[in-house]
Design a protein around this ligand. Sequence first.
Ligand SMILES: Cc1cc2nc3c(=O)[nH]c(=O)nc-3n(C[C@H](O)[C@H](O)[C@H](O)COP(=O)(O)OP(=O)(O)OC[C@H]3O[C@@H](n4cnc5c(N)ncnc54)[C@H](O)[C@@H]3O)c2cc1C
Length: 476
Amino acid sequence: MTKTLPLSDHSQKFASPVSTAFLDRLAQVLASRQILLTKAQREAYAWDNTGIRAVPDCVVLVENREQVVGVLRLCNDMDVPVIPRGAGTGNVGGALASFGGLVISTQRMNKIVEIASDDRLVVVEPGVVNGELQTALSSYGLFWPPDPSSSKSCTIGGNIAMCAAGPGAVRYGVTRDWVLGLQAVLADGTVINTGGRTSKGVVGYDMTRLLIGSEGTLAVVTQATLKLAPKPTARRLSRVVFSSVAAATKAVAKLMTTASPPSAIEFLDGASLNLLRQESDLLIPDDGRAMLLLEVAGGKDDIANQAQEVSQCVALFSPLEQTTAVGSEEAEEVWAARYALSPILKKMAPKRINEDVVVPVSKLSLLIEGLEDIAADINIPIINFGHAGNGNIHVNLLVDPDDPVIMAKVKPALARIFKLVLKLDGSLSGEHGVGTQKREYIEWEVGRESLLLQRSIKTVFDPKGIMNPGKIFPNM
Ligand SMILES: Cc1cc2nc3c(=O)[nH]c(=O)nc-3n(C[C@H](O)[C@H](O)[C@H](O)COP(=O)(O)OP(=O)(O)OC[C@H]3O[C@@H](n4cnc5c(N)ncnc54)[C@H](O)[C@@H]3O)c2cc1C
């Protein structure tokens, strides 16, 4: 496992989007209110959830597909890099203008075009916010299952580009399982349509799935046809505390083999429990070393049976405590404590490095043990929690970027973590993607041949390499 493809920068390769010639042509495509050029305006698009800042040279606020076509055609003609952007909540630098260029924000393309409840589908523009879509669908008794924790602000375009997911993935899968078709604009302005409005269809290559997770490196998504699911009418949440990680993770593996596994299986390690003891009102037994949050969802009539089956299954692993939330308010309090972990971590250290590795469920215990060993060796706190039903764990290293001794240990520690994950047959990212942050490691996972093939595919879509340069690939 050595990295062979060098990282490249693009500073010499591209043209500036602020030449008079470029701006003159841009003014023929967009109104002046849609073109942001002042430093203050551009700085508002210089961030994402990595904490890294990269100020673009120009930002455009497109309002329809024709404008996307016009902007891309112009950028392709004049060799200007294009960075698609939704709400900017990404965790890997995907929406950052790492080498300058033009940010194309799709936030204003935010119409729900059609809700076809009989066909259980919805057609949306990319700037629709995930949570707002769920609200619009609820009166139809339907929902779109991808449920990233950022759902109140992230956009459907960003969800598609990153193949986002959340706790519900254990039952429903991820974004790629809930998209029927896409409309997208390629680098040269060509509009393509993929998939359709049916839940089956096997004609030609699966271009929809190729675009999903492509992190804005192949095309700008301008419309999506999303598959919907009936919304459960009842939910019940239990929290189960174990004296060891091994018992908790064995319980997860067993739960996943039951006839109706929970709709969410969240894991918190001992370090996470210590934080909750200090910072929340949850009462957690002192000898608790791991906790599972188990949610069942379904109809009002069968929810009690589902909860009982889960409880019986978990009892086989001798938990210290099993409590079921009474009513939705108490359940919300428990979920709130789980979601408070990220902000709490931000308070604990000047910087949190948040990886989202994933391993087969049967290897979870080995993963957590390995992470504990690494934390002890390097003397940096590592806090682990996440979507255990998918084996997807958020690994949080708490560091001080101003401490050179600590920072010198970070890169080797990440390399150790990634090697551990790959040894356990896992993947470097379950949700967050590659972006700028993991591109130097991608070859470790996919191998050189596959990486070269992926790069060739990128070249077919985007021969001049203007689409989101510096993302995914080590040398593009
Ligand atoms: C508090 C918090 C919690 C989070 N929790 C989760 C979680 O549970 N699960 C999860 O998966 N992620 C999570 N994330 C990460 C992030 O929210 C998701 O990746 C989300 O899908 C990004 O959506 P966005 O609209 O913010 O996209 P952006 O951050 O703006 O962009 C992300 C990527 O998508 C591309 N892109 C955006 N729009 C388009 C488009 N129209 N066409 C082509 N490419 C496009 C960009 O170029 C970029 O590469 C979390 C982030 C935060 C801040």
